[in-house]
Design a protein around this ligand. Structure first.
Ligand SMILES: [Zn+2]
Length: 419
């Protein structure tokens, strides 16, 4: 990376209730893509003034972290089909089956990663399809994109169409190869063992998945407690278990490297179990609104130490862009949230969920320069200059008013990936 400093307004999260706002800010980046300085322009150390200078009026933010998204569902966005289980049968399983074709896998992966980048998402946790070859292709394209990608092949051995079924043995063998090829194959790629969810997995499969993640030190991702129909089917399949969460506990899937998608209808004991095991949760409000899955109980999470990030959940989510996802996070609560809350969850909250907060998630010194520039409408606040805006005002404009096309530049580890 060519070291540089960029002179721009900058907003970066400290917590869900606190942000640093430097209307006359500077970020300086070294040759390793690390942030050397981040703050008011007048405070920059003199030795950094020799760095190449970039300037923009657009606001610098940390790149977004999309904590839950399905690559093979990219072209399924907006297919309305009632509840989760019917939607899977009617649209998603047929669409995912097409990923047996490497050309479809390649074309979709290229457009998908370009879509993430264009939306200002610099890190994503991704579900591939059940196909090992399509997952290889997805990792190749992820590597080319320059984004930080945590990804895994979906595993399932029950109650799905024949062409998506696999045995535990075959699935395990394929995943070992994928892990050995891709997990930490660069500083931007990780593997996540990915049992789809309990309704499509036997206990044997769930246990095999947990064993792989422990053996190879990978992430785990799966779905839980998204819809009432899904929860009922888990009760039916696993009558001996106290709850949905208890099925995953028994399988060994609840670890501090586990990201659970949704979990919007947890019992008190399930939430406690999630907290005790240190699992993180991917909240996907746009998807929840689209499928009518329900309301994420944010207030119950707030009294726990559970790490929560935001996911687009494309294709039940309708967009890869985290601006509308942040707005949905607010609207699904039935009240307007302070804009710091969704902005934190779309950046530092997601980084924490992946235990990457030491490296990314905010524009702090010592972290990697994963950042985006976002154009703010100058007519906001009656044309007041940006310098006069309070952090709340600038965050409001960013969260409640921005469009995907407002992302004007994207860097990952100091490397410019857009434009
Ligand atoms: Zn999902």
């Amino acid at each position: 990376v060519q070291p540089f400093r960029i002179h721009a307004p900058l907003l970066t999260p400290i917590s869900p209730v606190e942000m640093r706002w430097h209307p006359d800010g500077v970020v300086a980046v070294d040759s390793d893509g690390c942030i050397l300085f981040s703050g008011d322009a007048r405070d920059i150390p003199e030795r950094l003034l020799s760095l190449e200078l970039l300037e923009t009026e657009d606001v610098l933010l940390p790149g977004f972290v999309d904590l839950h998204v399905h690559l093979p569902q990219y072209d399924c966005r907006g297919k309305f089909g009632a509840s989760l289980m019917e939607w899977l049968d009617r649209f998603i399983f047929p669409a995912e089956a097409r990923f047996a074709d490497p050309e479809i896998a390649r074309d979709t992966a290229q457009r998908f990663f370009a879509g993430l980048r264009d939306a200002g998402t610099t890190t994503a946790m991704v579900y591939s399809s059940v196909h090992a070859r399509a997952t290889d292709i997805a990792f190749e394209e992820a590597g080319r994109s320059g984004l930080r990608i945590v990804m895994g092949k979906v595993q399932m051995d029950r109650d799905v169409p024949e062409d998506l079924l696999e045995s535990v043995e075959q699935s395990t063998r394929e995943v070992i190869e994928l892990i050995e090829r891709w997990h930490r194959s660069s500083d931007k790629l990780w593997y996540a063992v990915t049992p789809r969810f309990a309704p499509t997995c036997t206990m044997e499969m769930l246990k095999a998945c947990a064993g792989l993640a422990v053996r190879y030190g990978t992430y785990i991702q799966t779905h839980i407690n998204e819809s009432t129909g899904e929860i009922a089917s888990v009760r039916e399949f696993f009558p001996g278990h106290a709850s949905y969460m208890d099925v995953y506990r028994d399988a060994g899937l609840l670890t501090d490297c586990t990201v659970l998608g949704h979990n919007i209808h947890p019992g008190d004991d399930e939430l406690r179990m999630c907290e005790e095991r240190g699992c993180a949760v991917a909240h996907c409000p746009d998807s929840n609104l689209f499928l009518g899955s329900g309301r994420f109980p944010l207030e119950r999470y707030s009294s726990t130490s559970i790490r929560v990030g935001l996911g687009s959940d494309v294709g039940a989510g309708t967009t890869l862009c985290m601006f509308p996802v942040m707005r949905s996070m607010s609207y699904v609560q039935g009240r307007s949230l302070h804009p710091f809350v969704p902005l934190y969850h779309a950046t530092l909250g997601g980084a924490r969920a992946l235990s990457l907060e030491g490296e990314i998630g905010s524009l702090d010194e010592g972290k990697l320069a994963d950042m985006i520039a976002v154009r703010v409408d100058r007519h906001f606040c009656g044309g007041k200059p940006l310098e006069q805006l309070k952090p709340l005002e600038i965050a409001s404009a960013l969260v409640y008013r921005s469009q995907p096309s407002d992302v004007t530049a994207v860097w990952v580890g100091g490397e410019r990936v857009l434009p």
